[in-house]
Design a protein around this ligand. Structure first.
Ligand code: HEC
Length: 152
C-alpha cells in the first residue's frame, strides 16, 4: 500500500474527530464524569490511608497525587452542555451550567490544590502532604460538592 493511501484516510478521520471533539453529551458524558470522580475518590482515599500509616507505602503517594492532578485537569472537560439531569441520571446540579463563573472558580481551585498536593508528595514530607490533602478536601471536594452536587 502506498504511503498516500494510508496517510489520507488518517487525515480525513483526524479532521472528523476534531470537528466533533466538543460535542460529547448524554449518558456517556455522565458516565465519563462519574468514572473520573470515582477515580478521584479512589486516589483521595488511598493517599489518606497511606499518610495515616494504615496501609500502602509512602513511596506511592506521589503516583496517587500526580494522577489526582491529572484528573483535576480532566474535571474541566467533564461537565459538557447536555450532561445534566435533563439528559440522564446525575447528581450534578443545574447550577453547574447556570452559574458557570462560580463553577469555573472551584474547578480552578481543584487544579491548584491538586498541584500543591503533587508538589508536597514529591517532597515525601508527611506533614506537608497532610496539610495539602486537607486543603484539597476543604477547598475542592467539599467546596464543589456542597454547591454543585445533589445530596444523595
Ligand atoms: C468542580 C466540582 C467538583 C470537585 C472539585 C470535586 N467533585 Fe466529586 N463530584 C462532583 C459532582 C457534580 C459529582 C456528581 C457527578 C454525577 O453524578 O454526574 C461528584 C461525584 C463524586 C463522587 C461519586 C462518583 C460516583 O458517581 O460514584 C465521588 C466519590 C467524588 N465526587 C469524590 C470527589 C473527591 C474526593 C474530590 C476532591 C479530591 C472531588 N470529588 C472533587 C463535583 C466535584
Amino acid at each position: 500500500m502506498s504511503f498516500k493511501k494510508i496517510l489520507f484516510p488518517a487525515l480525513a478521520a483526524g479532521v472528523l474527530i476534531t470537528a466533533t471533539g466538543t460535542a460529547f453529551a448524554g449518558e456517556e458524558a455522565i458516565e465519563y464524569r462519574k468514572s473520573v470522580m470515582k477515580a478521584v475518590g479512589g486516589h483521595m482515599k488511598s493517599i489518606s490511608l497511606i499518610v495515616k500509616g494504615q496501609a500502602g507505602d509512602m513511596k506511592d503517594v506521589a503516583a496517587h497525587a500526580s494522577a489526582m492532578a491529572g484528573l483535576a485537569q480532566a474535571t474541566s472537560t467533564a461537565f459538557p452542555e447536555g450532561s445534566s439531569m435533563m439528559d440522564g441520571k446525575t447528581e450534578a446540579k443545574m447550577d453547574v451550567w447556570e452559574k458557570p463563573e462560580e463553577f469555573k472558580k472551584v474547578t480552578m481551585a481543584f487544579i491548584e490544590h491538586a498541584n500543591q498536593l503533587a508538589e508536597a508528595a514529591k517532597s515525601g514530607d508527611k506533614g506537608a502532604i497532610g496539610a495539602a490533602l486537607g486543603g484539597l478536601g476543604k477547598n475542592a471536594c467539599k467546596a464543589c460538592h456542597d454547591n454543585f452536587r445533589e445530596k444523595s
